[in-house]
Design a protein around this ligand. Structure first.
Ligand SMILES: Cc1cc2nc3c(=O)[nH]c(=O)nc-3n(C[C@H](O)[C@H](O)[C@H](O)COP(=O)(O)OP(=O)(O)OC[C@H]3O[C@@H](n4cnc5c(N)ncnc54)[C@H](O)[C@@H]3O)c2cc1C
Length: 472
């Protein structure tokens, strides 16, 4: 049988379910394909730095596959709707009998895959799909009443139970295949209109880089994770999210590495390791929510009643937030981090998201879109989950009356102001008391520098949000 493996958000040779199964079945050659579509990236607000990251990595993946005699072909699709026909043409041209891919859970991708399957079956081509982005298939986890979970803690319990039963098994890389008279395609270095401005040295590509980062994290930092993860000035988290989002690294590889330094335990043992595993389960939860409640993929609130909230959507305030000039240093430093390196620390994602929604009264969808357009780890499930959590519109979201005070959070999680100093150098000379609230010293000489006054008064905007949310 001649097989085609379709790479999507699983850009790795090791521990790749579809690649593994395709390589086992292919006794008459294995070919790989990746589909590049600027239209899809545009439609999904994919950041230029993420496109650049993917293209750079594809080059390495292509070389690794070539060493296994698996040519990587590239399809350029002008529109997502063309994908089934283009795949069929490629398969017919190369006499392929079966298509293999790993599942995706976003609504457009699920519809696309359904259309591919229907068309290929009409042409008697077999289609095999696998659960790979998730460690437990979404259909495996249901409440006693047979419903999908909407709350994290019971989901986590069910997930842990399933994982103990499933065990963490990694799929080996394929062995060298028979050589085919088919040459792999060149990978474009750049796609017009996606102009990356983030230094690429910050985000090296390749499975080896990802594995090295994982190893370094699990062997040194993971034990301190519970204590350090909330402090953005400390390098206390794994920063593996871009690799997980592109599938350069699998969640199983992460879990296995964590368990290896935790006496093979999943749910007890070292506090830092358990805390990190918990985040991997949040990742699973939000993908599961995407699968179970497709409306969240379609710009809809999970809690439908919250769709009546009357947002202010002031474009001037939105621009101040985007550009890091709200006058709240922790918010501004965080937004500048996002724009300068394409990544933002989790505590700051929570803070900036809540500030946009609850202090500036701007629709969470505006922030969700802006994040996607700038994040190198942009992932619909985690991003939507995080935004709907902060806006109190989502599954297991923060209650609407819980509103972070940005200044108090700044003092708590950046006590010496080191993070602020790095991204807001114009404030670097302030003492670590004043750096969190420069507006407090606006009348003094010390404030003779270019930094905006606070765009809102937190106490007043908090009150306003509470009223608007109750009415909505
Ligand atoms: C408003 C908002 C938007 C977000 N947008 C994204 C996004 O687009 N892409 C993304 O990968 N994460 C997103 N997150 C989740 C989280 O902030 C990042 O995953 C994390 O900061 C990445 O850093 P890390 O790799 O060092 O994470 P670690 O702390 O080392 O965690 C390990 C991995 O677990 C996963 N993870 C951690 N926290 C979460 C979480 N809360 N939800 C889901 N998965 C999690 C990530 O894959 C992460 O790489 C968002 C959170 C919020 C509040």
């Amino acid at each position: 049988m001649r097989c085609l493996v379709w790479f999507r958000e699983d850009l790795r040779v090791n521990d790749n379910a579809a690649l593994y199964h395709a390589s086992k079945a292919a006794n008459n050659g294995l070919i790989a394909v990746y589909i590049i579509s600027a239209q899809v990236w545009r439609m999904h607000d994919i950041a230029a730095c993420r496109v650049d990251f993917i293209l750079r990595h594809l080059q390495i993946l292509s070389d690794e596959l070539r060493a296994l005699n698996i040519p990587l072909l590239i399809i350029h699709a002008d529109h997502i709707k063309q994908v089934p026909e283009l795949l069929l043409q490629l398969m017919q041209a190369h006499h392929v009998d079966a298509l293999y891919f790993n599942e995706q859970y976003e609504i457009d991708e699920m519809r696309r895959d359904g259309a591919v399957e229907n068309l290929l079956k009409l042409h008697r081509v077999k289609v095999f799909s696998y659960t790979d982005q998730l460690m437990v298939a979404p259909g495996e986890l249901l409440t006693m009443a047979g419903n999908y979970y909407t709350v994290f803690t019971p989901f986590k319990k069910a997930w842990l139970k399933a994982m103990v039963a499933n065990k963490v098994m990694l799929f080996p890389a394929p062995t060298k295949q028979i050589q085919l008279p088919i040459k792999g395609d060149g990978i474009p270095a750049k796609i017009a209109e996606f102009n990356n401005s983030i230094p690429i040295a910050l985000w090296p590509v390749g499975e080896k880089q990802a594995q090295d980062r994982l190893k370094k994290f699990t062997q040194t930092k993971i034990k301190y994770y519970a204590k350090q993860r909330d402090f953005p000035a400390i390098d206390g988290t794994s920063v593996l999210s871009p690799y997980l989002a592109a599938g350069i690294l699998s969640p199983r590889q992460c879990l296995k590495a964590a368990m290896e330094v935790n006496n093979q335990c999943l749910d007890k043992g070292d506090e830092g390791i358990i805390c990190w595993i918990n985040e991997l389960i949040w990742r699973e939860f939000y993908k599961y929510v995407l699968y179970a409640f497709p409306r969240v993929s379609m710009h809809r609130a999970f809690k439908i009643a919250t769709e009546n909230i009357h947002w202010d959507n002031d474009p001037t305030l939105f621009a101040a937030w985007c550009e890091g000039r709200t006058g709240y240093p922790i918010i501004d430093a965080a937004m500048r981090q996002l724009c300068q390196i394409g990544w933002m620390h989790n505590r700051l994602r929570m803070l900036t998201a809540m500030f946009l929604v609850k202090d500036l009264l701007i629709d969470w969808r505006w922030g969700e879109k802006f994040f996607m357009q700038h994040l190198i780890d942009g992932d619909l499930a985690a991003n939507n989950g995080g935004w709907q959590w902060a806006a109190s519109t989502g599954t297991d979201a923060v209650p609407y009356f819980r509103i972070f005070n940005p200044t108090a959070q700044s003092k708590k999680f950046d006590p010496n102001g080191n993070f602020i100093r790095h991204y807001c150098p114009e404030l670097a000379h302030l003492s670590h008391q004043l750096i969190h609230e420069p507006f407090e010293c606006a009348t003094k000489d010390i404030f003779s520098f270019a930094y905006p006054a606070a765009v809102v008064n937190h106490a007043k905007s908090r009150q306003r949000f509470l009223e608007v949310f109750k009415q909505g």
